[in-house]
Ligand binder design. Structure first.
Ligand SMILES: Cc1cc2nc3c(=O)[nH]c(=O)nc-3n(C[C@H](O)[C@H](O)[C@H](O)COP(=O)(O)OP(=O)(O)OC[C@H]3O[C@@H](n4cnc5c(N)ncnc54)[C@H](O)[C@@H]3O)c2cc1C
Length: 291
C-alpha cells in the first residue's frame, strides 16, 4: 500500500522498521527471520536502505520486491543520488514501477568511501529536494524524505537550514519525513514546533535507535550529528562492556522515550532495527496502551 494512504487512513500511531541489505546468505536468512518475528507487532511498513555500491543497490531492489511479493508487508525502498545520473534513476524507478513498488524514501546520500564530501555525478542531483521533484515527475510514487531534528552535520545555518529544506521537500512532493535518530525529546519537540511554524504539514515520524552497543552508537552519532545527552552517557558508560546490560537499558530508555513521544502526538515511530527484531518488539510491547 502507498505510504500516503497508510498515513491518511491510520487511526492510531504507526510502527515502522528499517533494515539494511545484508551482504551474506547468513545475514539474508537473519533478515527474513526478523521480518517474520516483527509481524507480531504489525509494522505499517518496512523500509530498506540503499548503499553506495552497485551490488548493495541491487540487493535493496531484490529485498523490497520479495517483501512485497512474499510477506504482504508494505515496503519502502530508500534511494539516493550517489553515483547516479537522471537516466540511471529513471531506469531503476521503471523497474520499481514494474515490480509494484509504490514507496520511495528519497535521499541525497553520503560521499562514497574514499571521498570526503558528496559530489553529484554529471547529469545527477546534488540534493534530496531535486530527487524528490524528479520522483514526482516519474510516476505515482509515495515519497518519504529524511530530516534532522538536531541538524544535519553539513547544515551551515544549523537546524534552521534543515527546517527550510524540509519545507522544500514537502513543496516538491514528499508525503512524510522520517527523522535521524535522537535521544533528546526536547530537541525533537522544538524542531517539530518550528517546522509547523514554517508551514511544514507532512507527517514527521521520529526515528528511534534502541541502543545495543554504546560504543557503536557514540561512533555513529559523531558521524550523523545525533547528540548523546549527559544523562545517557552517565547511565551507559559504567555498563558499556556488558552488552546484555546495555541491551536491557537500551530497551528501557527507548520505551520511555517512545512513550513520551506518543503522548505528545507523534504519528508513528520508525525503528532503526540494525537487522534485529528483539529490541523493537520488546519496546513496542511496552506501549500497548498507546498504540
Ligand atoms: C531516515 C533516514 C534514512 C536514511 N537512509 C539512507 C540510505 O538508505 N542510504 C544512505 O546512503 N544514506 C541514508 N541516510 C543518510 C543520508 O543519506 C545522509 O544523512 C545524507 O548526508 C543526507 O541525505 P539527505 O537526503 O538528508 O540530504 P539533503 O536533504 O540533500 O541534505 C544534505 C545537506 O544539504 C543541505 N541541503 C538540502 N537541500 C538543499 C538545497 N536544495 N540546497 C542547498 N542545500 C541543501 C542540507 O541542509 C544538508 O546539510 C538516511 C538518513 C535518514 C535520516
Amino acid at each position: 500500500m502507498k505510504l500516503s494512504d497508510i498515513l491518511s487512513r491510520a487511526d492510531r500511531p504507526l510502527i515502522s522498521c528499517e533494515f539494511f541489505p545484508p551482504k551474506t546468505d547468513k545475514g539474508e536468512a537473519n533478515l527474513w527471520r526478523c521480518l517474520n518475528e516483527l509481524r507480531s507487532i504489525n509494522p505499517a511498513y518496512i523500509s530498506v536502505t540503499y548503499g553506495a555500491g552497485g551490488s548493495t543497490q541491487d540487493r535493496t531492489k531484490g529485498i523490497v520486491t520479495r517483501i512485497k511479493d512474499e510477506t504482504g508487508l508494505s515496503p519502502v525502498a530508500h534511494l539516493t543520488c550517489v553515483g547516479a545520473s537522471k537516466d540511471d534513476l529513471a531506469a531503476l524507478l521503471a523497474d520499481y514501477r514494474a515490480a509494484g513498488i509504490e514507496n520511495i524514501l528519497a535521499l541525497r546520500g553520503d560521499a562514497p568511501e574514499g571521498m570526503d564530501h558528496f559530489e553529484a555525478v554529471a547529469g545527477g542531483f546534488s540534493h534530496a529536494t531535486d530527487l524528490i521533484a524528479f520522483l514526482r515527475e516519474q510516476g505515482d510514487f509515495s515519497i518519504a524524505c529524511a530530516t534532522y531534528p538536531e541538524g544535519h552535520p553539513e547544515s551551515k545555518g544549523g537546524v534552521a537550514d534543515d527546517i527550510r529544506y524540509l519545507k522544500m521537500k514537502q513543496d516538491n512532493g514528499a508525503d512524510a519525513a522520517v527523522t535521524q535518530y535522537f535521544f533528546d525529546n526536547e530537541a525533537f519537540f522544538r524542531f517539530r514546533d518550528a517546522c509547523h511554524s514554517a508551514g511544514v504539514t507532512l507527517s514527521i515520524i521520529p526515528g528511534i535507535m534502541p541502543i545495543g552497543n554504546f560504543d557503536q552508537i557514540v561512533r555513529f552519532s559523531s558521524m550523523c550529528g545525533a547528540g548523546i545527552p549527559n544523562w545517557l552517557r552517565q547511565q551507559m558508560e559504567p555498563i558499556k562492556d556488558d552488552l546484555e546490560a546495555v541491551k536491557a537499558l537500551g530497551i528501557e530508555l527507548a520505551a520511555k522515550q517512545c512513550r513520551e513521544l506518543l503522548q505528545a502526538g507523534v504519528p508513528g515511530l520508525h525503528f532503526y532495527t540494525l537487522n534485529k527484531s528483539e529490541a523493537t518488539i520488546a519496546i513496542r510491547n511496552q506501549l500497548t496502551d498507546l498504540l
